[in-house]
Design a protein around this ligand. Structure first.
Ligand SMILES: [Fe+2]
Length: 186
């Protein structure tokens, strides 16, 4: 695929994220509402800045940035979210999942810029990698506090299973519980 088409898809994804983070900012509910509401406020402003930077980078290279919602939604690979309430932890998982896509795409674009001797482009997307990876660390840290019991339970079950080794009855019981947790956590 043409490099500039890829940058426009990236721009479309940033545009979807701008609205999607507003969605989380408005619809998040739960005991850490105030912290997340403020954090999502900060993040959608960051997406707004990045949208402008990427669009103007395209223009600097003689290409037209995707500039209408219809065109954005036609090429974006990140999905919008319905307008409905979302629980705090679920909102973080939604954001982290999209962040992974953005990090991966930022690495791809950095590499492509390097390949075609575009240090300014590589610098731009490298900076975004740093920004997005910092957000990933922070949101994962948040989940680590909130989801610690679930994670510990899974680990404890596995350790118990390993220790008991020969007991078929307890292995079956632990496996069933692990499977259930695994599916619900997804
Ligand atoms: Fe607001």
């Amino acid at each position: 695929m043409d490099f500039f088409k890829k940058v426009n898809i990236y721009l479309a994804n940033l545009t979807v994220m701008y609205k999607k983070v507003h969605n989380l900012h408005w619809n998040v509910q739960g005991r850490i509402f105030f912290g997340l509401h403020l954090k999502y406020d900060e993040l959608y402003r960051e997406f707004q800045d990045k949208i402008d930077e990427v669009a103007e980078r395209l223009l600097s290279l003689g290409h037209t940035p995707v500039s209408s919602y219809r065109e954005v939604l036609a090429i974006a690979t990140i999905q919008e979210r319905e307008s409905k309430p979302v629980e705090c932890e679920e909102s973080v998982r939604i954001f982290l999942e999209d962040l992974e896509d953005l990090i991966e795409d930022s690495y791809d674009l950095t590499e492509l810029c390097d390949d075609q001797d575009d240090p300014a482009g590589a610098d731009l997307f490298t900076g975004y990698i740093a920004d997005f990876e910092k957000h990933r660390w922070m949101f994962r840290a948040l989940l680590g506090e909130n989801a610690a019991d679930t994670e510990l339970d899974d680990d404890d079950e596995q350790a118990e299973k390993d220790a008991q080794g020969g007991s078929n009855a307890s292995q079956t019981k632990s496996s069933a519980k692990s499977d259930g947790n695994g599916k619900s956590k997804k």
